[in-house]
Every structure is written in C-alpha cells, then in structure tokens.
Ligand binder design. Structure first.
Ligand SMILES: *[C@@H]1O[C@H](CO)[C@@H](O)[C@H](O)[C@H]1NC(C)=O
Length: 260
C-alpha cells in the first residue's frame, strides 16, 4: 500500500517502494497548468519504530489518525508519521502492524467479557503474521480444551481455539480478503478469577511477498537457531491444545543442510 501526498515543488528524494501490488513510483511533476508547482509524492508504508519501542507503519498523519493510530515521530523524510496503532475491544483498523491489546494493557483484568478486535484486510493480503508478545488467558483442561477463556479467529482453520499462556513467538494465519475483508480476534473470558492480558502485533503479509510462509505453515522459522514455542507453551500446566492442525516449517538457510 502506498500513500500519496501532494507537495509543492519538485523533490529529489526517491523513496524506497516495494508495494504489494507492484506499482512503483517515486516522485513526478504534474504538467497540469493549475497545479504545475506541485509534485505527487508516494512513499512506501514501511515499518518504523515509535519512541515507545512499539512498531508502527509510515502513513500520512491524516490517514494514521483516521484509522485509529497515534502519530509518533516522523518517517519518509518528514512526509509521513510513524503511526503506532493499539487496538482495544470493539475497535477496528486497517493499519498494518497493529497491536491487539487487552483493556488498559499492560494492566491485567479479571472479569467475564467478550472482546472483539477487528483487522480490515488490504485486498493484497494473503497471510497475517501474529507476533505474540503475550497472550495470558485461563488455561485448557487436561484434554486441551479451552472451557473457560478462549481466543478464536474468524479466518483460517489451523486453530479452532486458543487459551493458556503464550509468550514471544509467532504464528501465520492464511486469510482471503475476497471471502471476508476482515479478520476478527474474539476473546471470551469467563467468571473464573484470573489475571488476564494480551498483546499481539498483527502484520498483513502481501500475496507476492518473499516473507510469506509456505501454505499450511502456521509457524515459519527463518534463522539458523531458535526456539519453537506453540500456543500455551508457557502455560502452567503447558497442555497441548486440542483443535490444532498446522505445520511448523523451517527454512533451509544458506550453507546449512541439517537440523539438530
Ligand atoms: C505490512 O508490514 C509488513 C512489515 O513491514 C510488510 O512486509 C507488508 O508488506 C505490509 N503489508 C501491507 C499490506 O502493506
């Protein structure tokens, strides 16, 4: 996705541009006699870091705020703002790199409620990457069923239910914006007395992108070392959840030929 702003006079800077759709464009002067002094600037909505240490996406100030983000510093040589989006219950956004959070995160909460957080998908999105800072919900029973708290996704069938404690790992959901243009995260908590909270960074991965995980891979590791942690891997106890059907994939790295 690119964003366009109209800016007086010609620009020399060329912005890095590798958009989903593949249309590449940096700066062009308009010959139109009414706006002859203006250039159209297009910059890549790339990832940036806000001062809080959270990631954001470079958008124009206007579209950042319109989509529920908070402007935190500048990017794209000052044409954009690093837009950090933290979504709460009942909220929806199209902003890439959005944090899905529990009410007043990092505070814990202890009550029964249903919390739906919605991502509006870009038409070019094929996968959604979840970088889980933490999901801390009441754990499953010994059979792995989430009878108390549960997180469900409105697209993909790799995980029918999620609960328990998961920290510092990632997952990929396959999505199809032509079937549904939104991805809902529905957290349902029950009356069990428990301190819950969650934060998940949600990135929309374009269909033509090298960073896409191979189909069916719910986790995709791309470094020579790492730790594989699934849902509820930090749970106490860390029962394996029922209703999971996915592959954990490891990319073969340069000059490597085995996994130890
Ligand atoms: C969302 O951000 C990621 C990470 O920067 C990027 O790879 C991806 O292309 C972006 N998606 C869209 C739809 O722009």
């Amino acid at each position: 996705m690119n964003e366009i702003i109209v800016f007086p006079f010609l620009l020399t800077a060329a912005f890095l541009c590798i958009p989903c759709s593949g249309d590449q464009f940096t700066a062009a002067s308009r010959a139109d006699r009414f706006i002859s002094l203006f250039s159209v600037v297009r910059f890549k909505n790339s990832m940036c870091s806000g001062p809080s240490g959270l990631s954001g996406t470079c958008y124009t100030y206007k579209s950042c705020v319109k989509n529920g983000g908070t402007s935190s510093g500048s990017c794209a040589d000052g044409f954009g703002t690093c837009c950090v989006t933290q979504l709460g219950c009942g909220a929806r956004t199209a902003n890439n790199c959005t944090y899905i959070e529990s009410p007043n995160y990092p505070d814990y909460f202890n009550e029964a409620r249903t919390c739906v957080e919605t991502i509006s998908l870009n038409p070019d999105t094929c996968q959604v990457r979840l970088d889980v800072t933490e999901v801390n919900l009441v754990g499953p029973d010994i059979k792995g069923d989430c009878n108390n708290d549960v997180l469900k996704f409105s697209q993909d069938i790799k995980w029918t239910q999620v609960c328990g404690i998961t920290e510092n790992t990632h997952f990929y959901l396959d999505v199809d914006p032509t079937v549904s243009s939104t991805l809902d995260f529905t957290f349902t908590t029950d009356g069990t007395s428990y301190s819950r909270r969650w934060r998940i960074k949600v990135s929309q991965i374009c269909c033509d992108q090298l960073s896409m995980a191979p189909m069916g891979c719910g986790q995709y590791f791309t470094s020579t070392t790492g730790t594989i942690k699934g849902w509820n891997s930090q749970g106490k106890p860390d029962y394996y959840l029922s209703g999971q059907n996915y592959a954990i994939c490891l990319r073969q790295e340069l000059n490597t030929c085995s996994v130890m």
